[in-house]
Ligand binder design. Sequence first.
Ligand SMILES: [Zn+2]
Length: 154
Amino acid sequence: MNKIGLGYDIHPVDSSKGNLYLGGILISEKISSIGHSDGDVLIHALIDSILGAVNEGNIGIWFPENFYNRNRDSKEMLHEIFAKIGKCVKIINIDSVIILENIRLNPYIKNIKENISEILNLEVTKISCKPKSGNGFYKGYIMAQVITLLEEEG
Ligand SMILES: [Zn+2]
């Protein structure tokens, strides 16, 4: 049976320091996404979209803001979710939007898609990622929306 899930995430941006990660790829060493983990909004929204499709709660239930998850690499969280859920599902496709002011993300999209493709063992052609500038509306924030269509087996 086919199921669809939606994920959304937004974090404030520290424009003075840190490392910014999107889809597990280092985008900038000058700014960062402020969050309990590494603040990777794309992976967080992707996790929520997968969890939503299989009706298994949300990222906060699976990865609470505790000591263990502090500054955690979001790629690990995606690996963990996929290890638990991946056996019962076949992802059909993923579509996503990232909004970030000031940094043009187009040069990074190929690497982001390849990284997600590797983690989820999914053909890169089934992963879409569309960066947008936000036209000033999201100044000081980074936002991602992800929608995942999958087939639940059994
Ligand atoms: Zn987040």
